[in-house]
Structures are given as structure tokens and as C-alpha cells.
Design a protein around this ligand. Sequence first.
Ligand code: F6P
Length: 363
Amino acid sequence: NQGVAVVTSGGDSQGMNAALRAIVRIGLYLGCKIFYIREGYEGLIAGNENITEATWNSVSSIIQKGGTVIGSARSERFMTPEGKLKSVKNLVKRGITNLIVIGGDGSLTGAMDLKNQWSDVLNQLEKSGEISKEEKERYNYLNVVGLIGTIDNDFPGTNMTIGTDSALHRILEAVNALESTAYSHRRTFILEVMGRHCGYLALKTAMTTEADYVFVPEMPPPLNWPAILKDKITTSTRYGKRLHLIVLAEGAIDLNGNPITALMVKKIVTENMGLDARITVLGHVQRGGSPSAYDRILASRQAAAAVVAVLELKPDDRPIVVTVESNEIKLMDLQTCIENVKKLQIALKNLEFNKVLELRGKS
Ligand code: F6P
């Protein structure tokens, strides 16, 4: 009858609800008490009605919904000592010693920090009289498991993250719609897609839509890209191509690390090539809508593995993260993956692109 809490944190992604559903149903089947933490880590800090017990029926008819029915937030406060104190106290008061976090790298880093600081924070709470000695001794550990929910597919160590496939479908629907109007008007569309510092969505969009050019942060174009782009597009125009599509990752940069923006690309197309061009920034449309079959299945399989894993962890075990590789669900050491996230960020900042590609590895 162990207490297992689940929180969705950071930017939402399609498939989070499928994960919630599987956590609740598998958890109840295994005899656990499952708690929802609503509104991300902000709800954990606030406690009270933000932490509620889940029932079997509470997850009916959510597998097909985008977003997360328990809410999400990007919480700065959770990173502070005060936020940690309130969070630990709220978990202890509910008898929760198992936490499953569904979110991106920032949210999973937060979960790892909570685990690492657990004992210190417990001591502080006992000293200030906010928890009793018995509570401190009884709840002297926290088991942590992460599920990677983000459309960016930017987490080292996994082939896919929950939400990426649905986001890609959303993008393809948009491109299908753009192509008909682009054809009618013989236009070039510059399509900006999400992904923060990761070019996965942009690259896969380009591969699946016959795009003419793609800009991703991991492999910037040669510095003479305006000339290369001009050559490519004017040649195909000469051969009768009526529409062109240029896909741009929101984090695209050049070899010197300067941003390549949609406006810059549009200027090259209109001024250097004399063509008619429009910009479409897809934005949060990519994060919305019903999850794909792939995301529902991935989320359900990974969530089931997360529940079993969190119950099997020993108090001194390090947090783990559920990944997928060659369609097999795997468990990895969360801290190692987070260290790779940090290495990736540094390599990108230092413009060490070979290292970036190596670290991106499995995706
Ligand atoms: O990490 C997911 C993501 O959608 C990124 O692709 C994007 O850069 C960011 O979140 C947008 O964040 P917000 O929803 O807070 O505007």
C-alpha cells in the first residue's frame, strides 16, 4: 500500500495523459495509493487540494486527449531551498515516498535534486518542528523515476520522447495545408518549428515533406548558405517547380553561433532571388491535439515500467529514467543522462558540432 505520486512538469506534450492513465491503473492494480500532484511542481509546493488521490475512473477517457489533465507549469520556485522545503513537507505529510515525474530535462533535473537533497531537507524540517521525529524516520527516503515527456526529442540516451511523434504529425498536417496555397501562388514558405536547441523536428519534417532546405542547430550550414540556397531554389524554379519549402528549427544557428532567423531567410529569398515568400511560425499548435498511436503506446509502456521500477528501487538507489531503444523499454541512470544534457549544452555553446552529434546519439 505504498504512496506513489505523479507530476507532469514543464512544457506539456501529447501522450502525457496516456502515461498518467497507465501509472494510475498499473499502480492501483499493484495495490499502491496513487496521488496526483496538480499544476506541476507549483502544486507540490502549494500542497493542499493540489495533491489528490487518484481513482481508477479518474483516468477514463483521457488517453485520446492532448496536454495533461492534471496541469503543468515551469516552476522557478521549485529550484529554491524554500520550494524544496515545502515540497518535501507536503510529500511527507501525505506519506509519499515514491515520485514519478513526467517532463523534459529541466523537470527531471529538478526531481533528481529533490532526491539528492531529501535527507538534508528532512533534517531541517524536523529541526523547525514542521515534521516529527517519527515522520522523519519513517519517510527517510524518496524513490524517483522519470518519464521523458517533451516534443523536442532532445534527451540523450533515448530514441524517442513522449510527444515527439504527435508533434511531427501536427507539423505534417500544417505542411500539407501550406503546400496547396504555396502551389497556387508560386510561393516559398519558410516554416519555423519548435525544438528549442534540438533540430530533430525540423530534420524529420524536411525528410518527410520534400523540403528544399533545412536549418538545424546541430549542423549549421556553410557560411555561404545564402548562395547555396539561391542556387538550389533558382535551379528548381527554372525547371518548373512552383513551390518551395524551407524548414527552420527555432534554435538554428550559423557556424559562428549566430541565430539564423526566418526573417533573414525570407530576405534572401525575396531580395536575392526575387521570389515571393511567406513565413509560418507554427508555435504551440505543435504541442496540441490528440496524441498519435505511437505516443499513446510509448507512454503506456514506459509508464507501466516506471511504476514497477519505482516500487523496486531501494532507498539508496539513484533516480532512474525510462527510455526506449530499438523499441525496447529501458531503465537508465538519470544522473548520467542529465550529465550528458549538460555536456550537450556546453558543446553547443562552444560550437563543437561533432561532439553535439555524438551526444545526440540515439535520437
Ligand atoms: O520544450 C518544449 C517546447 O515546446 C520547446 O520546443 C519550445 O521552445 C518551448 O517548449 C516553448 O515553451 P513555452 O510553452 O513555455 O512557451
